[in-house]
Write a protein that binds this ligand. Sequence first.
Ligand code: SF4
Length: 242
Amino acid sequence: MTSESAQVRSGSLRISEIFGPTVQGEGALMGRPTVFVRTGGCDYRCQWCDTLYAVLPEYRGDWTSWDTSAVLEEVDRLAGGPILVSLSGGNPALQDLAPLIRGGHARGHTFALETQGSVAPSWLGELDHLTLSPKGPSSGHLTGLAELEACLEAANSAPETVFKVVVLDERDYDYARSLAGNYTEIPIYLQVGNPEPEGDPDPGELMERFRWLTQRVLADGWHRARVLPQLHVLAWGNSRGV
Ligand code: SF4
């Protein structure tokens, strides 16, 4: 047994769902074919969270324990070959995903992870893509600069790193502006907020929000910002597993 396979077999992960391939619907990797591995558990309770089934303790019964090698076998089965694996949650940084990333790299996969940045495991530097998505005032939380700084230190400039901030109102916009002012070298994506994460979203309202945010950015001459909707919500609504 190689040390690699020993590491892969040692981990047990709390998983909410594994699905795909689909295309990434958000942020810098929008449109990229990917398999999602969604972990269970989060240290936040955002007011507009669209994945509460991977957050709240009452859904724990739906989460399953997966050996790391079983996760990789499922990714291989779904994708049929090397693919971008999107590690999401919940907050995927709460669990030790280093064996999964190492084992997946050995199989030819690449890894992207999105986290709010509240915890900073050392293995963030083993990722290929890191999206730090700190939460602004409308979420009911505020991710601090010190927490983000710890994540950036852990990543050590190894993965391609971007910020993604969900913007529902002026307070979130100001938060994103302030963040961008502190990190002028890191690309920042502004994501149109979805105030109705349950039920059927109204595409017309979401595009109205997109137009507001776009106009807000342009009026400020903030030409470094990138404004994006949630592509998968426009295409499939709030459906899971797409
Ligand atoms: S950090 Fe993300 S997963 Fe956790 S509650 Fe907030 S939106 Fe949901």
